[in-house]
Design a protein around this ligand. Structure first.
Ligand code: FBP
Length: 549
């Protein structure tokens, strides 16, 4: 039984803010989208591609004639606000028609495939409103992607008399939701599918999706922790903190945390790839900053490292690719070797000269992680690589060389950190609590309209919530073709950090002085009660992108 803390009790009474235009009586306005020239995607989604954008306006839509029976799944990694999407969805379907009902499928797409679900009613929902986590029904990473999966999903929906399904997920889950919507339509199955943009990584976004939910809260939790570490750094004046931050591929979280806390160094994976930086160049850059600061009497500092960095360093990306191939082709011979040194030497002999030399230069524990931690497809689990420790080892080695050459004289005491799970289930900020409730409400209205293949879009997010504009856009229009498991398939494109975008440009303007001087900012913990300018403020990334910062 979860114990109710004082904050949880106070927070359960919070009423998320909704756009003024949103109610069960809102009317839908359709706007044609510019004609896309992507004939390949259009051909794959003949029923759900050429659809208009929809926005909801204040109106007097008549009460719905019949109840909506909705299924909902939470898919992938948790993100703060998932429970409020369900709350917004529930409240909206009930106000659209009091007999409407909501089934929550358990543990992600798996629950839909195996028909394991529970009815979500007002009583169950009550203790989950405004809480973090996905524990009301659980989440999972099973993919809903094959013909058989789609048939099973339709069978489950039919057996429960569902008219609609809401998929709360990231780029992959929404890509698959879009394919299910198309499949249902092509097979005349009466199931509408609507997606909701979720992920702390912030990489499910585009022209109509300003941010995914959870990014706001997670990046604020990490920024609080980074600020605390920086306060310790200027107090103790002896440690260099190497902080890896969650975010599978894109560096949005690292960039947002940098804008909030002004650390000495922030690595941005997209820039590393763009400039083709080697591991050595990255290590030299950090070591030079350490030496420069030490010469000014500051033997402390902070380095932010995005989780996906390693794959974006071109030479490391190539090495990882070769390791994946080697282990796929020589797995049997590799598996019978008894010791780790033997395994390492075995794979090194199968690599090209450049990859082998890089592999042999890595510290043993990292070299081991690269060959031992594999995902179910046999690929290296890059997210599990301790990049913060790898960089510490390499910087230590470089500083030793500099000491020998007389260009560095101080001592170096590093501390590794990894912030990830600390933020994914945090109590949602007011922004995320309001945004997710609005997304859930919007999903219900799209379903009321009988729309399918749409993802919820809420825009104008730097304005007060009352002025947000809610609606939906066809998911198929966000797709591009990508190679997956050797085949070209349509998927929603991951939105990486844009080096020409305002957030990176702002960071670029300041990073040299943040490196040399100590200009730390200490954002403090998320505030739930108090003045709006403290409690409701969105991320700096959003503010910069809307020209408001
Ligand atoms: P989603 O894209 O599913 O939202 O997950 C994001 C994430 O939290 C990444 O930041 C991280 O790399 C990954 O999930 C960790 O996955 P797992 O939950 O399997 O440990």
């Amino acid at each position: 039984m979860i114990q109710q803390t004082a904050l949880a009790q106070a927070r359960s009474a919070y009423r998320p803010k909704l756009p003024a235009s949103l109610s069960a009586a809102s009317t839908a306005k359709q706007t044609p989208l510019p004609t896309s020239s992507d004939s390949e995607i259009r051909a794959l989604f003949p029923n759900t591609f050429d659809l208009p954008a929809v926005t909801f306006e204040k109106g007097s839509a008549p009460a719905a004639a019949s109840a909506i029976r909705v299924g909902v799944i939470l898919s992938g990694g948790p993100a703060p606000g998932g429970h409020n999407v369900i709350a917004g969805l529930f409240d909206a379907i009930k106000s659209i028609h009091p007999e409407s009902s909501l089934i929550g499928f358990l543990n992600g797409p798996d629950g839909l495939l195996t028909n394991k679900g529970i009815e979500i009613d007002a009583k169950l929902l009550e203790s989950y409103r405004n809480t973090g986590g996905f524990d009301i029904i659980g989440s999972g990473r099973t993919k809903l992607e094959s013909h058989e999966d789609f048939l099973k999903a339709l069978e489950t929906a039919k057996s429960r008399d569902l008219t609609s399904l809401v998929v709360i997920g990231g780029d992959d889950s929404n890509s698959n939701a879009s394919k299910l919507a198309e499949f249902a339509k092509a097979n005349n199955a009466p199931l509408c599918v609507v997606g909701v943009p979720k992920t702390i990584d912030g990489d499910l976004r585009g022209e109509h999706i300003e941010t995914s939910f959870g990014f706001d809260t997670a990046s604020k939790v990490y920024s609080d922790l980074i600020g605390n570490i920086q306060r310790d750094a200027i107090s103790a004046r002896k440690y260099w903190h190497f902080i890896k931050l969650m975010g599978r591929s894109a560096s949005h979280i690292a960039l947002e945390c940098a804008l909030q806390t002004h650390p000495n160094i922030t690595l941005i994976s997209e820039e590393v790839a763009e400039r083709g930086l080697t591991l050595k160049q990255i290590v030299d850059q950090i070591s030079d900053t350490v030496a420069h600061r030490a010469a000014n009497g500051e033997k402390f500092g902070t380095v932010l490292i995005p989780e996906g960095l390693i794959e974006f360093v071109p030479e490391m990306g190539a090495l990882i690719g070769e390791l994946n191939d080697t282990l796929a082709h020589h797995g049997d011979a590799f598996n019978v070797l008894e010791s780790l040194p033997l395994k390492r030497e075995f794979v090194a002999t199968k690599l090209t000269a450049a990859a082998a030399s890089l592999y042999r230069s890595l510290p043993d524990d990292i070299a081991n992680q690269l060959i031992l931690d594999r995902d179910p497809h046999g690929n290296v689990q890059v997210a599990r690589i301790d990049t913060q420790r790898l960089l510490i080892d390499l910087v230590e080695a470089r500083l030793k060389e500099m000491k020998a050459a007389g260009t560095y004289k101080a001592s170096f005491s590093p501390q590794p950190h990894y912030f990830g799970y600390e933020g994914r289930c945090a109590v949602p900020s007011n922004f995320d609590a309001d945004y997710t409730y609005t997304l859930g409400f919007t999903a219900a209205l799209l379903l009321r309209e009988g729309l399918t293949g749409y993802i919820c879009s809420v825009r104008g997010l730097t304005k007060p919530a009352a002025d947000w504009q809610a609606g939906g856009i066809p998911m198929a229009q966000m797709m591009n073709m990508e190679r997956r498991h050797g085949k070209m398939v349509p998927v929603i494109k991951k939105a990486l950090v844009e080096l020409n975008g305002p957030a990176f440009k702002e960071f670029e303007k300041h990073r040299a002085s943040w490196a040399r001087e100590t200009q730390y900012a200490f954002p403090g913990p998320i505030q739930y009660f108090g003045p709006a300018e403290v409690c409701d403020r969105p991320t700096i990334t959003l503010e910069l992108e809307s020209g408001k910062f």
